[in-house]
Design a protein around this ligand. Structure first.
Ligand SMILES: *Cc1c(COP(=O)(O)O)cnc(C)c1O
Length: 375
């Protein structure tokens, strides 16, 4: 394998641009020796609530825990059903099963790859306790339609906004569009911690207060337990790092959007648009491009060819969740969610990180062109 000419993500480039600021924030936490929750986490939560545009934000240990705790605070129990999509990261559905509830899948839209609202109503039963749309790759699902159905049936909506921090639908940001919004600070997300971290946003004060109990074993005052919670807290070190990075997020997002626009121009100029389907952006959306995901016919061979040429790409996601081994017992069959299944065969995510250079983007497009010209 040659050295990586264009990695899928270059976190070292980002770090080197803010190195001193980050290290001094970490140093402060080390000097204080206060590591769990505390004022730094509270300060970050307040800043995030303002950023998203919700009354409250609650820091937790990961995006997966944000989803899990959101279901817990809504009272999801064994035997309940939660509607979500099969074309997403595993944890969107995994957390439902973790609580003994059943993920009920509905297919996605062929253009945006987000939840298709047309399927939701038919899948609502008296057991449906929540709907979890995913804002995949950095653009929001059709929240107007999803919310209208949810409101009509009195069902809360949990936004899986793990890939969509800073994204917006019309003028409202992801995380402020549903009952609860879930974010991940996994290092590859647009706002990445130095490890795991997550956050839940909401306008419901009662839910936020209960989430703050559930993340510390259901206690409101030490050793008084009102509910059975879990241990899922945001570390002060992570909050310190995230607080520094959040100042730059809008700038980084703008660069991701510029890179996306440049890819579109370059693929167009290279005459590749008959081979490659570019991401489709719903005009109501402000897309933050956690991924720039193209669709192609000969995906696996292109993926291997680019890797051999030193260009990092990745398949998000190769197997839709209804066809995962662990979900065999749910009884789904191949062919049941054709849009998700076809997407899983065709998607390929290209490097889109903010520090990506113009030359690197040219190289990605030229290498893809060479692949198609040689075949
Ligand atoms: C990253 C991600 C998660 C999980 O977040 P973690 O912080 O890794 O637990 C959930 N859903 C989606 C769509 C994600 O991209």
């Amino acid at each position: 394998m040659p050295a990586m000419k264009v990695p899928l993500l270059d976190l070292r480039a980002q770090f080197s641009s803010i190195r001193e600021e980050i290290l001094s924030a970490i140093e402060e936490v080390c000097d204080e020796q206060g590591f769990v929750l505390g004022t730094r986490v509270a300060d970050f939560e307040e800043t995030m609530a303002k950023f998203v545009g919700t009354g409250r934000a609650v820091g937790v240990a990961s995006g997966s825990d944000a989803l899990l705790l959101s279901l817990m605070v809504l009272g999801v129990e064994p035997g309940d059903e939660v509607i979500t999509v099969p074309f997403t990261f595993f944890s969107t559905a995994g957390v439902i099963s973790r609580l003994g509830a059943k993920p009920v899948f509905v297919d996605i839209c062929d253009d945006t790859l987000n939840m298709d609202p047309a399927w939701i109503a038919d899948h609502i039963t008296p057991k449906t306790k929540a709907i979890i749309p995913v804002h995949l790759f950095g653009q929001c699902a059709d929240m107007e339609q999803i919310s209208a159905i949810a409101v009509h049936h009195g069902i809360p909506v949990i936004e899986d906004a793990c890939q969509a921090i800073g994204a917006a639908r019309r003028t409202v940001r992801a995380g402020a569009l549903g009952t609860l919004g879930c974010f991940s600070f996994f290092p590859s997300k647009n706002l990445g911690a130095f490890g795991d971290g997550g956050l839940i946003t909401t306008n419901a004060v009662d839910l936020a207060d209960r989430l703050m109990e559930l993340r510390v074993h259901g206690s409101r005052y030490e050793y008084h337990h009102y509910a059975i919670g879990i241990n899922s807290r945001l570390d002060a070190l992570q909050a310190a790092v995230l607080r520094v990075k959040l100042k730059y997020l809008d700038r980084w997002t703008e660069r991701r959007r510029h890179n996306a626009a440049r890819y579109e121009k370059l693929f167009h100029e290279a005459g590749l648009l008959d081979r490659i389907k570019l991401p489709v952006v719903d005009p109501a959306n402000y897309h933050v491009y956690n991924q720039f995901t193209i669709r192609v016919q000969d995906r696996d061979r292109l993926h291997a060819y680019l890797a051999a040429q030193g260009i990092g790409t990745r398949i998000y996601y190769p197997i839709p969740l209804h066809l995962q081994e662990c979900y065999r017992a749910l009884g789904y069959r191949e062919g049941q969610f054709p849009v998700s299944e076809q997407a899983a065969r065709e998607v390929l995510s290209l490097p889109i990180y903010p520090e990506l250079s113009v030359d690197q983007q040219h190289l990605v497009v030229e290498t893809i062109k060479t692949f198609y010209c040689a075949t």
